[in-house]
Every structure is written in C-alpha cells, then in structure tokens.
Design a protein around this ligand. Structure first.
Ligand code: G6P
Length: 423
C-alpha cells in the first residue's frame, strides 16, 4: 500500500503540489491513497474537492481522501508531506510589517519575520513528527513548511529517530540559469551549491565535467547579467547567489517591499480570496491560472523527484536540507545545511565538501545565519526569552541589540496566541 499524507492540505498550493502525481493517470509517482488533512474544514472541503476533481479528470487510480484527523491521515503512510502555516497569513502580515517599523527587512522566511514563523511552527511540526514516530515510524517526513531548513533542524533534534527532509524549490532552476549565461545546453552543465535554505550559492560550475567557474565570471557583462545579479557583486564573490540573498545584499532596496499596504502578505491574502472562490466552483477540475500569482511553483516537481529517488525509481543527487553529519567541517553533525545529497531507498547521504572548495564569504555568512537558526530552534522548544534574544541579535539583518530587543518584545506580544511556550 503506497499512501501519501499531506498535512496542511487546505493550502491553496495543494493543486500545484499534486500536478506531477496526477500526470499520466498517476503513473509517475504511483500511490494507492493520498490523504489530504487540514484542521480547517472549510478550506479542506474547497481545496480537497478541487483536488479530487483534478484526479478524476486525469484518470488517477489512487484514492484522494479528506480528513481532519492527523493520526488517521498519517497511519499507514510512506510519505508525510508537511505544509502548514501556523497563524495563517494574518500572522505572516505581522512578520512582515513589525520589523519594517524598525527599519529591518520584514520577510516570512528570513530575519525577525522568519524567526517568528519558526517559533510558531516548530512546536506544531514536532507534534506531527511525534505522531509519525508513533503510527508510521518508517515514513519519511517531507517538509515544505518554511523556514524549511530551520524547522527540519529543530524537529530532528526534538524527535530523534524520525526520517525527515527539508525541501525547497528555490534551487530547482540552478542549472538553467547558468546554462543560459554560458550559452550551452542544460544537460551538459553540473553545478555544486552549498549554504542554508534561502541562503545558498552556486560555487562551482562544470560543462562536460570540466570546471568552468572562472570562465563563467569572465563572461562579458551582457551575458553574466543573465544570472540576475549585478556583475560586480558576482565577480567579487565568484558565486551565484539564490534569489533570497537579495534580502542580505540589497536590504536597502528590499526594505520598501515590507511597508504596510505593499507587503507580500497583503497581496497573498487578496490572491487567496480569488483562489478559494475559484476552487469552490464544482465545474473547475484543473488548477486555475490565478495560482501562478502565488510562489511555490516547482513544489510538485521537487516532491516527486524526492519520492521517486527514495523509492528507488530514480535515485538522484540534489540540494536538500539535511543534517550535516560531517559533510562540511566546522558545522555540528546535527545542524541542518542545504547541500547536495544523494537520495536512495537506503537513505539520504549529504555529499562531503572539502572546506577549501567553499569561499570564505559563503562560510562566514552561513555560519552566522546557522548560529541564528540553531538558537531559534532551541528557543522554540524551550520558550526561553534570553535564547530568543540571542537568536534575534545574531541575525545579520538585525542592526543592533536595542532594535533587536524592541522587535522581539513587540513580536512576542503580537504572536502571543501562537507561542504558548513563551507565556
Ligand atoms: C517560493 C519559495 C518558497 C516560498 C514561496 C512564497 O516558492 O521557494 O519557499 O514559500 O516562494 O510564495 P508566496 O506566494 O507565499 O509569497
């Protein structure tokens, strides 16, 4: 019996998540049952209803069941996909707008906003992981819940013995970006990247097995620009950062995106209103075009690639959020990094990276943000104010302890309802 559980299936992302699973009548990633679980009955009915219609339309043989019971969803599952949002988008709006008032980036996955998303999320995902350990101990937990790497680190420490991977689609196009700049076919390109979730860089590029990293950064400006970053920045760090690094390198330019009335959370809430109306239409049996207004594209591809590797259909090596286990010297074995990892039925192995391969710029920023993440993971489980303050003032986007403490205090108050450990 191949059962997949989706926790937080009332998310508007779900119709995208299942696209690869439903292709060719469900032959690409075979399953007997997909249990869609959510605590919100209304959302589950609307999103689940559309998902069932999509499956019918595509002749999918596996059953799509709906439930509000976590245990029922997880029992018998081989894979448990977690995509929850504790506090919903209202909480996200606070994550984005409170730091902004102090001149600090407000973002749902990084900086103080990401920290509070983690503090709210970790205890909930730990409960899910404990349920998996109890009722489906051999299942893989595939975590999409942001901040994906941080949440994965906290859960693996809190619930030893569970199998969990932190997944993200942000690096999916990495070979394409580079192929376009170099003007060679994507199939000839191999890249190596390292860092953390939403803080990663491509640091090595090869074509047909030959290292062309120097050639890449010596390309004329007009070609290098294809990579989407100012050329002087790339030539200085000699790496290609993923998009989320804009919040670090150009926080000045990114700051206005968090201003009240213009922040992403507000836009997302508007898009969700449109989407939920569309999903409730009984005549709709495919993802509506408005879904492309949300992020999360590529989740289905990322998830199906991971499952097909773990079941042995197509083992692969791709960037994953996994425990370091000695792959990169200087990080603890149980700290989670986003690094190339080999996925096979026997398990997941991070590919070791010799320290000399990693530029100091990457190591410096990764160490600092990792320290913030590890402290946040600890604070989420203990509810310790001082650990939370230490985490906040360790984050490179927080300018000083005065501002850090003010943001912390205001956010602890604003999110009180979802932070029982801090009461
Ligand atoms: C991308 C990122 C995800 C993030 C999403 C946000 O897909 O890889 O980690 O959750 O964007 O999209 P949203 O529509 O919620 O702003």
């Amino acid at each position: 019996m191949n059962k997949i559980a989706v926790i937080g299936a009332g998310s508007v992302y779900t119709p995208e998540l299942v696209t690869e699973f439903f292709k060719d009548g469900g032959k690409l990633v075979p399953f007997d049952e997909m249990a869609l679980m959510d605590i919100d009955r209304g959302r589950l009915a609307a999103v689940g209803g559309l998902t069932q219609r999509m499956a019918r339309r595509q002749g999918v043989r596996g059953e799509i069941s709906l439930t509000t019971s976590l245990t029922e969803a997880i029992r018998g599952a081989k894979f448990v996909i977690v995509q929850i949002r504790v506090g919903g988008n209202r909480a996200r709006a606070l994550d984005e707008t409170i730091p902004y008032r102090y001149g600090v980036i407000g973002q749902e996955t990084t900086g103080p906003g990401g920290m509070f998303k983690a503090l709210r999320t970790i205890p909930a995902v730990v409960e899910i992981a404990k349920t998996v350990k109890r009722v489906a101990p051999r299942a893989w937990i595939l975590n999409f819940t942001n901040p994906s790497g941080l949440v994965t680190e906290a859960v693996l420490k809190a619930v030893p013995g569970v199998k969990m991977l932190g997944i993200c689609s942000a690096q999916l196009g990495r070979e394409w970006w580079v192929a376009r700049a170099l003007g060679v076919k994507r199939e000839r390109i191999k890249v190596r990247s390292a860092g953390l979730n939403h803080l990663a860089w491509v640091y090595r590029v090869s074509v047909d097995g030959r290292d062309v990293t120097d050639r890449l950064f010596n390309l004329p400006d007009r070609r290098l620009k294809h990579l989407g970053w100012p050329v002087d920045l790339m030539r200085s760090i000699r790496m290609v950062p993923i998009g989320y690094l804009w919040y670090y390198y150009y926080s000045d330019k990114m700051l206005p995106h968090s201003r009240p009335g213009h922040n992403r959370a507000k836009r997302v809430m508007e898009i969700e209103r449109i989407l939920m109306k569309r999903y409730a239409d009984p005549a709709l049996d495919e993802p509506p075009k408005e879904l492309s207004l949300r992020g999360g594209s590529g989740y289905s591809l990322a998830m199906s690639t991971v499952m097909n590797a773990l079941t042995g259909r197509k083992p692969c090596t791709i960037p994953m959020n996994v425990q370091n286990r000695g792959a990169v010297e200087g990080f603890a074995r149980d700290q989670v990094l986003e690094i190339d990892s080999t996925l096979r039925p026997a398990g997941v192995t991070p590919v070791a990276i010799p320290l000399r391969d990693l530029p100091p710029h990457l190591l410096g920023l990764t160490h600092q943000v990792k320290a913030y993440e590890t402290l946040t993971a600890e604070a989420a489980m203990t509810g310790c104010y001082h650990t939370a303050l230490e985490a906040m003032i360790t984050h490179p986007l927080v300018p000083n302890a005065t501002v850090g403490q003010r943001i912390l205090d205001e956010m602890l108050k604003a999110h009180r309802k979802y932070l029982p450990k801090f009461r």
